[in-house]
Write a protein that binds this ligand. Sequence first.
Ligand code: ME8
Ligand code: MG
Length: 495
Amino acid sequence: MSKKFYITTPIYYSNDVPHVWHAYSSFIADTLASYKKLEWYDVKFTTGVDENSQKVVEKAEEKNMPIMEYTDFMAAKHREVWDKSSVAYTDFVRTTDKKHHDFVQKVLQKSFDNGDIYEGVYNGLYCVGCEWFKKESDLINGKCPDHPNKEIQHLSEKNYFFKLSKYQDRLLDFYSKNPDFVKPRSKFNEIIEFVKGWLEDFSVSRETNKFGIPLPFDNSQVTYVWYDALFNYMTYCQEDAEKWWPADIHVIGKDIIRFHGIFWPAMLWSAGYDAPHQLLVTGYLTLDGQKISKSLGNWINPAEYIEEYSRDMLILYLFTTFPIWEDWDFSQEQATLMFNAKLSNNLGNLLNRAIALALKIDGSINWISSDIGSDKITKYSEYMSDSDLKNALEIVFEYASEINKYVDENAPWKMDINLPEEKEKLENILFILLSNLRKIAIMLIPFFPVKMHELLNRVWVPYDSIITLGENLSLNPDKFFIAEKGEPLYMRISK
Ligand code: ME8
Ligand code: MG
């Protein structure tokens, strides 16, 4: 394999279990990674937890747990949610791991040696909720507007600073040469405007914190959490950076684009690496119009949701209702309607019909040629390559409707298998139904991997679990196999 694809999610603060917006980033990354596997790419997909944060320390204290015990516990919780929801990451980063720790010290030393990190004094405000430095003008009634429950800290301490100001021209030049660096364009423009203004050097260390990665050149200080966290993206490809770096896509929320779009390229350049190819920025989730956040307490726990409903329902709803980069509002009523209409009815009907017909005919069929659906496949691939999951899914369900309509119009149930002429017609209809259902199922693998493998296993023999898009979409099935009627793939739900 020569083509590579490297995608990441943000590493989530481990001061809590994953939330539905974390699941959203993880599902997006998983879907794009899985699509690339179908396209024969060698894929790396990292996710993980951001542990060296003051809010994690505070949470451990609140729970009366030793910090490492707490972070071990939370890391296991995070992995459990991703494993249960079939998020097929290749590496799970913990920022307390030695591998990460050593790498961060290495890059810090490089930037220190080349003069990009220097000693100074930080005098000002800090919000632990944001893990970011604040100005008086950022506050409302003396509080951070995003974290009204957290006290703003007044810091006056020796710190080391990163010379971000030095990289202003290089950043602007990079942006103009890489028009796809941030998707969507509106978010990219925000960053460009910001960088055109004044870029301040930022502190990369904290004197008062004890938990974190000590600076290699001054161990009385620990590394500032964002400096440490961003380098997580290289922790698992430091040895084979030539193959994997730069990352192809960082999936991130819109609140962290400055860190990723401005600091991150400069930090990488300073340490001798290239900037990533693209930031795919996701919108914000609200519930009944209100921004969801842990502090507001109106979040949805994806593990509980998946248990009560299903992973596929969540993905279907999230991906078909909102383009990735727009804000979205969660509605269970809509999620149920969509699940029943698209997975239970549309796709379910295709499978039921295929099984019912196939049970009438023995295990092999003659190939006929048919163009049905070929335009859909081309469009699907274009959308997927463009990370446009909404339109890609819509095309697949249109395709399924088209095949259902074809079956309706040809009414195979009216045909008599004992009449040779009708038997041939029946076989042709079955062929069209099966060959297109197979393509539809393969196109849906990136979204619903477990169920689609189950579907493919129910109908075809032999079925090779290593499937690729190009090959399998051109190959028509010549043999099928219906083990048994089985349960519906997606049970209709009424809640
Ligand atoms: O930011 N809707 O971690 P995090 C949609 N550790 N997305 C949301 C959201 C909402 N209501 N609230 C948060 C961090 N997010 C850092 C990342 S990466 C080197 C370090 C998104 O757990 C948020 O934008 O606070 C971010 O992309 C992700 O959830 C993780 O947030
Ligand atoms: Mg956050």
